[in-house]
Every structure is written in structure tokens, then in C-alpha cells.
Design a protein around this ligand. Structure first.
Ligand SMILES: NC(=O)C1=CN([C@@H]2O[C@H](COP(=O)(O)OP(=O)(O)OC[C@H]3O[C@@H](n4cnc5c(N)ncnc54)[C@H](O)[C@@H]3O)[C@@H](O)[C@H]2O)C=CC1
Ligand SMILES: O=C(O)CCC(=O)C(=O)O
Length: 423
């Protein structure tokens, strides 16, 4: 039985936090005990240990996971993380969050996530390819275009997705583009997928700002994490007239209260492997960056960044969760009490999986859309999801995270009930 209540909120791991969040809405939704119990548990988990021949001739054994949380609404969907500190509970939490996220944006997928315990920055390109191909072979029991479709997450990218697609296709004996999303466009990826998560973050921020009678133009934005999500979000905020005053990556951050020239910063980061040291800016650490004065704070790196230790020091009007799980439940309470609006991960970063859905549809049809078609459809999905979550917040008089869970969990429970799988 998953344990949620034995530990204080700050000591909880990501899976325990995910269970606590589910528990918070079980009462509102009057979930029966059987349905609640089923939603607490991942449907299927696979742990694999697999060898990779390293460049120095030695064999190293890596551990990987693929967890499918729920498939009531469709095939399991979710990213693949390469990170030295990933573990089964992190992957379980991320899989559960995918289930709710797909339901909130109302796309026909369940939730899954994968992980390999490794530091991709310490692997050569060849080692990374061998690791990806071997992991794909090991999880090929589970994945497929009708069953479970991986995508990029922390530490993985379009190249990794290309190797995954190729390995799966070699087993199948023919090309199967729809087995994975976030692929390069040249092999069946979708226009717009690279920027989709960041664009979705900006779209929901714009809606929330409008609802508060504020504008994005001139708003001060701070972004923690400068990868696929944070980098794109910073670029798009900048292009829409917001003032991005600070950004960071795992090596450190940079701050300029007058606004950073984001296109130059992107070029600097590409050339130097980090934003740290960008000329004309002050250095900030990854904890300092969260406490800078701003209108919009976007944590877009990892989990548990905003905790009870720093939530009282956040000086943003709005926190928009680009990352999955950056805020602990205790910090949620503190931010709410301080009147800081929080747009939760399962809504704020759902643009990525939404365009992954579009990619899967295009692959199945072998009929491809332009970037403006993709972005237009993404805008419709994000707008509707934001409106539905806001409406649930008003109806139940709850914060946006609870409201998002009300929408997502209700849809999953309803699908399960209709299929007659659960009581
Ligand atoms: N890639 C996607 O489409 C989606 C990603 N997400 C979530 O967004 C977050 C970021 O993912 P990606 O951008 O894809 O990963 P990424 O690997 O492209 O980038 C991660 C960024 O965070 C930085 N970082 C790592 N550790 C850090 C630390 N301790 N402090 C500050 N920065 C740190 C890295 O230097 C890098 O700039 C994750 O929580 C992921 O699950 C959510 C939805 C979709
Ligand atoms: O694009 C996808 O399928 C999943 C992206 C992802 O891993 C996430 O939303 O956390």
C-alpha cells in the first residue's frame, strides 16, 4: 500500500507527493475506495538492468525503468528521463502526473514515464546511442504506437528519440514513426514540438495574467532551468514583450533587472555550455534566482525547488510550473496563503504532450501539418484547458492545482467506470 501519511510533507519523495495530491481531491470527487486505490497504484512497472560496452572497452551495467500509471483513456504516454538521481518512485510520480495532465488537456492518452540512471553529460555520443538502443530493446515489451509512446524529458532530446524509433523499427521489421514523439521533423516529428512546452507555458501565463487584469508586455520574468522547456519559455516570453530578468541552468544563473537580451544569451549558452558568466549580468545561484523580485516565476528544471524553506521568500506575483513537481505541498500552502497564484505543472507544461499527441496523429495518418496549424491547435487546447480548470476552481472554491486535479482525476475515473474495469 503506498504510504502518504507517515512522513512530513517536506520529507516526502515525489511519489508520496503525487499520492498526497490525489488524496486532496478524492474527497471533493467522492471517489469510492476501490477507484482511489487503483489510481494510487501504477498499472505496470518494468525495471531493467542492461550492459553497455563503454568507449574504454569496459562493460557498465545501467538501470532503467518504464512505468505505466493508467491507460483508461488511451495508450500510455510520457517522457524518458536520463538523470543520475532518477529512481523508481520519481518515475512513478512522473507517470501519475502524466495521467492527470493528458486528461486535463483532454487528449486520448493515459500516463507513463521512463528513466535511466545515468549522467548523459559524461557519456560520449556513441555511449549514449548504445545505452539508448539497449534500453529501448529492454522496454520493447511495453512500448508501441498503440500501447505506450515515449517522448523527451530531462537529459534526452530529438536524437535520443530518433535512436529509440530506429531500434524499435528494427525489431518490427519496418519503420514505426508513431512509437515515439519529439523526433526530428526529418523522420516524422512534428513542426512546433521543440518549443511546444515553453509555448504552452507562455499561453497559460498570458491567460492568467489577463484574468487578473495584467499584461505580459513589460512583466518581469524569472526562469530556472534553460533546457527544452525553460529555454523556449524564456525566448517566447521575450518575443512577446515580457522582460526576462534572470535565467539559470545547473551551472548557475544570471540576473539583470533591466532585462536580459535573450537571443544573445541563447547563442552564448550554446557556445559556452551554460548561461553562467554571460557578460552584462550579475551571477545568481539556483536558490537565489527563486527569490528575486519579479511578476512571473517559472521553475523549469527539477522537482522540489520551492519548499517550506523558501516559499515565504518568493517575491513573484505568479508561479508557473514549467517543470514537473517543482513545488512541495507545504510550499503550495504557503504560496496560497500569501496570495501568490500558482499555475500547476499538469496544466502549465501540458503543451508538450499536446503537440506530442498531434505528432502521433500526423504519424498515423502520414499527413503533416504546418507549424502555424500546430500552434493554432495548441492554443485552442491550452485555452480550453485553462478555462475548464479556472471554472472548477470557482465552483469548488479551491486553488488551481486542486482544480486541475478535480478536472483530470474525474475524467480518468469516469473513463475507468465506463469501461467497467473498476467498481
Ligand atoms: N521536455 C518536455 O517537453 C517537457 C518537460 N517537462 C519538465 O520540464 C522540466 C525540464 O525539462 P527539460 O527542459 O525537458 O529538460 P532539459 O534537460 O532540456 O533541461 C533541464 C534544464 O535544467 C537545468 N538544471 C538541471 N538541474 C538543475 C538545478 N538543480 N537547478 C537549476 N537548473 C537545473 C539544466 O541545466 C537544463 O538547463 C522537467 O521537470 C521535465 O519533466 C514537462 C513537460 C514537457
Ligand atoms: O510529450 C510527451 O509525450 C510527454 C512530455 C512529458 O514527459 C511531460 O509532459 O512531462
Amino acid at each position: 500500500m503506498p504510504e502518504t501519511m507517515m512522513t512530513t510533507a517536506e520529507e516526502m519523495n515525489s511519489y508520496q507527493i503525487a499520492l498526497r495530491q490525489l488524496e486532496n481531491v478524492a474527497g471533493i470527487l467522492k471517489l469510492d475506495a476501490g477507484t482511489h486505490a487503483i489510481l494510487q497504484h501504477p498499472k505496470r512497472e518494468l525495471t531493467v538492468h542492461f550492459p553497455v560496452k563503454m568507449d574504454n572497452g569496459e562493460t557498465q551495467v545501467f538501470t532503467g525503468y518504464r512505468v505505466q500509471h493508467n491507460t483508461s483513456r488511451g495508450p500510455a504516454k510520457g517522457g524518458l528521463r536520463f538523470h543520475p538521481e532518477t529512481d523508481i518512485d520519481e518515475v512513478r510520480a512522473l507517470a501519475m502526473w502524466m495521467t492527470w495532465k493528458c486528461a486535463i488537456v483532454n487528449i486520448p492518452f493515459g500516463g507513463a514515464k521512463g528513466g535511466v540512471v545515468c549522467d548523459p553529460s559524461k557519456l560520449s555520443l556513441g555511449e549514449l546511442e548504445h545505452l539508448t538502443r539497449r534500453y529501448t530493446s529492454e522496454i520493447s515489451l511495453l512500448i508501441g504506437p498503440d500501447s505506450d509512446i515515449p517522448a523527451p524529458d530531462v537529459g534526452t532530446n530529438g536524437q535520443v528519440m530518433a535512436w529509440l524509433m530506429d531500434t524499435y523499427s528494427m525489431h518490427a521489421g519496418h519503420t514505426v514513426p508513431a512509437v515515439v514523439t519529439g523526433k526530428p521533423v526529418s523522420i516524422g516529428g512534428s513542426e512546433g514540438r521543440i518549443d511546444a512546452t515553453g509555448l504552452g507555458v507562455v499561453m497559460v501565463t498570458q491567460q492568467a495574467a489577463r484574468a487578473q487584469g495584467r499584461k505580459l508586455e513589460g512583466a518581469r520574468v524569472v526562469v530556472q532551468g534553460f533546457g527544452n522547456v525553460g529555454g523556449a519559455a524564456a525566448r517566447i516570453f521575450h518575443s512577446r514583450g515580457a522582460k526576462v530578468v534572470a535565467v539559470s541552468d545547473y551551472l548557475g544563473g544570471v540576473y539583470n533587472p533591466d532585462g536580459l537580451p535573450i537571443p544573445e544569451l541563447v547563442a552564448y549558452s550554446k557556445a559556452n555550455g551554460s548561461v553562467a558568466g554571460f557578460p552584462g549580468s550579475e551571477p545568481v545561484t539556483n536558490s537565489e534566482i527563486l527569490e528575486l523580485p519579479c511578476d512571473i516565476l517559472v521553475p523549469a528544471a527539477l522537482q522540489n525547488q520551492i519548499t517550506s524553506s523558501n516559499a515565504g521568500k518568493i517575491r513573484a506575483r505568479m508561479v508557473v510550473e514549467g517543470a514537473n513537481g517543482p513545488t512541495t505541498p507545504d510550499a503550495d500552502d504557503i504560496l496560497r496563503e500569501r496570495g501568490i497564484t500558482l499555475i500547476p505543472d499538469v496544466l502549465a507544461n501540458a503543451g508538450g504532450v499536446t503537440v506530442s499527441y498531434f505528432e502521433w496523429v500526423q504519424d498515423i495518418q502520414s499527413f503533416f501539418w504546418s507549424e502555424s496549424q500546430v500552434n493554432h491547435r495548441l492554443g485552442r487546447v491550452m485555452t480550453r484547458a485553462y478555462e475548464e480548470v479556472s471554472a472548477a476552481a470557482q465552483t469548488h472554491n479551491v486553488d488551481l492545482r486542486t482544480a486541475a486535479y478535480v478536472v483530470g482525476v474525474a475524467r480518468v475515473a469516469e473513463a475507468a467506470k465506463m469501461r467497467g474495469i473498476y467498481p
